[in-house]
Design a protein around this ligand. Structure first.
Ligand code: FUL
Length: 476
């Protein structure tokens, strides 16, 4: 999982599988991901950074009346942030360009409530410039969180005038920093019953993103490209459909968290889930939480329960008031990176003899062979005949192995199909035993195993909604 996306610092440079160009290939089942969603799936885990005036006040939701002179990081170094992300296998950085307090980390053309009114770099600094440059230099993608809720701007609550303002601010932030991989629209609004009420013009905002950054994925509670997972605790649902009836969901929706977590089995749109979670109790850095940074073991658990369940992980590492990733976070991220290197050092699957219970017998049978799941090529996959909704992939090892992790991926360019599966292993006594089971697989399912002296592994697809199409099995 770590460092497999070599230095692809822009979404458009990430290779994606071609859609069903193989003769005799199964027809797509249900909605399929767009090219930009495919690239987003390939990013797997990213760093989230909350940074702004709140970093200097210790408040989670700034009131919007903070004096910009508060913002004065003395040692800001975006290369340090980017290297910390890389060490932990995170493939990009999404930063709070503007949080709810309205303070902009770049010299916005439409408000003075920004770095240009701060003493940092004599008002000539631009965090987004430094970070986007650092990301490119380190081979990471770059994304922005831009809060629609703005507690500073006097137009907030005015309807069209604020929507115009926000749209021009978006244009500003999306036009000057190269390719942006993800635009994060937070649905939160804490104005309360007597507060200002703003009806957002999301179609307009989406239009700005599509025009300025056609390869960027848009996140919100209801997409259009990525959905919120429904919790901020760091886990996805074991049953996870990357499908939703998108028209029923919108930013700020409440009471649908279960649907957001599980997806909708019969949803008409491809809308995968992202898991956002902070390495600290709060989203912003404060010294009082320095001893509450999540351990490498907790980060590993979060990774298995998010990325391992077919979500992307957006792990928040709040930068401190010096403008650096704090030592506590650095240590935890580095050790987590080491754990990943050790865990994923050897994939036994490509060395195994692979066979399948049945293979698609079209004019082009070798195109759908079982061995496709270990060829490292995301374009190829094992498939059965259209009428065959189950099947087994078997891996035989010449000498016994002790598998700790299994990773399975569907060829999602043909939609999400599998509805039930289990894993069996065979030890020295020759008996196959069930060791794990699940419902959905989707873009990826990664499970822990505890096998010793195993000479065979089976991936058994018990139920699939259309013939199974499996593109990868790795056994570590
Ligand atoms: C929430 C916000 O209100 C928090 O402050 C934080 O930014 C989190 C990621 O999203 O909705």
């Amino acid at each position: 999982m770590i460092h497999t996306m070599n230095n692809q610092s822009t979404p458009s440079s990430i290779p994606i599988p071609a859609v069903a160009t193989i003769t005799g290939a199964p027809a797509p089942f249900g909605p399929i991901p767009s090219a930009r969603q495919m690239r987003w799936h390939a990013m797997e885990s990213l760093m989230f950074i909350h940074f702004g005036v709140n970093t200097f006040t210790g408040v989670e939701w700034g009131g919007g009346n903070e004096n910009p002179s508060l913002f004065n990081p003395t040692q800001l170094d975006c290369r340090q942030w980017a290297r910390a992300a890389k060490d932990a296998g995170l493939r990009g950085i999404v930063i709070t360009a503007k949080h709810h307090d309205g303070f902009c980390l770049w010299p916005s053309a439409v408000t003075d409530h920004s770095v240009k009114s701060s003493p940092w770099r004599d008002g000539k600094g631009d965090v987004l410039r430094e970070l986007s440059d650092a990301c490119r230099a380190e081979g990471l993608v770059f994304g922005v969180y831009v809060s629609p809720w703005d507690r500073n701007n006097p137009k907030y609550g005015s309807g069209d005038a604020y929507n115009e303002y926000f749209a021009s601010q978006l244009k500003d932030v999306l036009s000057n920093y190269g390719e942006v991989s993800e635009v994060w629209f937070d649905g939160a609004c804490g104005e309360g019953p007597d507060g200002r009420r703003q009806v957002y013009d999301f179609p307009k905002f989406i239009d700005v993103v599509r025009t300025c950054q056609p390869n960027a994925c848009i996140f919100s509670d209801g997409g259009p490209d990525i959905r919120w997972v429904g919790n901020e605790s760091g886990y996805g649902s074991e049953t996870n459909w990357s499908r939703m009836n998108a028209k029923d969901f919108f930013p700020g929706i409440t009471g649908r968290n279960e649907d957001l977590a599980r997806g909708q089995r019969d949803g008409t749109d491809w809308l995968p889930a992202e898991v956002d979670v902070s390495i600290r109790p709060g989203w912003f850095w404060r010294a009082a939480e320095d001893d509450r940074v999540k351990s490498p073991q907790t980060l590993e658990k979060i990774w298995f329960e998010s990325v391992g369940r077919g979500c992307n992980l957006l792990l928040n590492i709040p930068v401190d008031s010096r403008g650096l990733v704090a030592p506590q976070e650095l240590a935890s991220l580095k050790e987590w990176g080491n754990l990943q290197h050790a865990m994923f050092a050897v994939d036994f699957a490509p060395k195994a003899e692979v066979s399948a219970s049945s293979t698609r017998l079209s004019t082009n049978a070798s195109a759908f062979a079982a061995t496709n799941v270990t060829d490292g090529n995301p374009n190829t996959y094992w498939a059965t005949e259209d009428a065959v909704m189950n099947g087994t992939l078997e891996f035989q090892f010449k000498s016994p192995v002790s598998p700790r992790v299994i990773r399975i991926e569907e060829a999602i360019q043909l939609g999400q199909r599998v509805d039930g599966f289990h894993i069996e292993t065979r030890g020295g006594d020759g008996v196959w035993r069930k060791v794990a089971e699940g419902t959905t697989i989707g873009v990826r399912r990664i499970l822990k195993l505890q096998g010793e002296g195993v000479n065979g592994v089976r991936v058994v697809i018990d139920q699939s909604r259309a013939c199974p199409c499996i593109s990868r099995v790795s056994i570590y």
